[in-house]
Design a protein around this ligand. Sequence first.
Ligand SMILES: NC(=O)c1ccc[n+]([C@@H]2O[C@H](COP(=O)([O-])OP(=O)(O)OC[C@H]3O[C@@H](n4cnc5c(N)ncnc54)[C@H](O)[C@@H]3O)[C@@H](O)[C@H]2O)c1
Length: 263
Amino acid sequence: MTETAEAPATPLSLTGRVALVTGAGHGIGRASALALARAGALVVASDLDLEGATETERLIRSAGHAGVAAAADVTDEDAMRAVVDDIVGTHGRLDIVHANAGVLMAGTALTQTLDEWDKTFTVNVRGTFLTARAVLPQMIEQKSGAIIITASVSGLIGEPDLAAYNASKGALVNLTRQLAVEYAEHGIRVNGICPGWIETGFNDPVLGHLDSEELDQLVGQQVPLGRQGTAEDIAPSVVFLASDWARYITGQLLPIDGGLTSM
Ligand SMILES: NC(=O)c1ccc[n+]([C@@H]2O[C@H](COP(=O)([O-])OP(=O)(O)OC[C@H]3O[C@@H](n4cnc5c(N)ncnc54)[C@H](O)[C@@H]3O)[C@@H](O)[C@H]2O)c1
């Protein structure tokens, strides 16, 4: 009988796994870090904002789980390598990476400044690429690993006033597939999540001008489930994709959007 002939052990568990989450100081990254830790992983919560990452560490530990904060800018190749070296030096392995850090700046093809375009691509695309480059050598050595990239429904469709952001998330959609194809032979799975409208404050540049009635109306029109999502709506899918329960899933993009992209 092959190793994969049996269903994975029940219940889903990440015990013994070591995980890195970028952009873990707030929002989706924090919820993902907490959920991965709750499932048993030791989680390194990294962010540009060390204060936010430290609060995530505190939340993980106060819930009785294992977590540690790290300061790192995903656009800095040396910084990302140093975080990974530190994880491997301390814990001996790195099994799960949630490449999640991102930024959003509103603008159309004509109003978006070149500076905003460059900054968006530097954090969202180069940052995710450098995160993957930093972790892949260790995963190749281990012959296993799960990378989850936070793309977005914005990478699957066009939307008003999000020229740079949607183009950058579109790049992440195909970076996910590309990495999945390139590293499958090393036992590494790469999948993307595509959140819809999630209440983290991240969308303030495009939604901040709406009052609550206007926002409810927009969400009512766009989201079949009739509400914005929360970071906690996203985290379970990250845990699933990180786990052996998803062992035959790679190169996929999972919309978690209340039905938005089915409209
Ligand atoms: N909120 C949404 O509606 C939504 C929808 C789809 C996708 N996303 C994506 O989810 C991810 C997280 O967004 P969020 O909603 O949790 O927003 P958030 O602002 O709460 O979190 C983003 C985090 O990324 C960190 N960050 C920014 N630049 C960084 C850098 N250079 N290096 C390291 N960390 C950096 C920030 O400090 C912050 O903690 C982003 O990639 C975003 O594009 C969000």
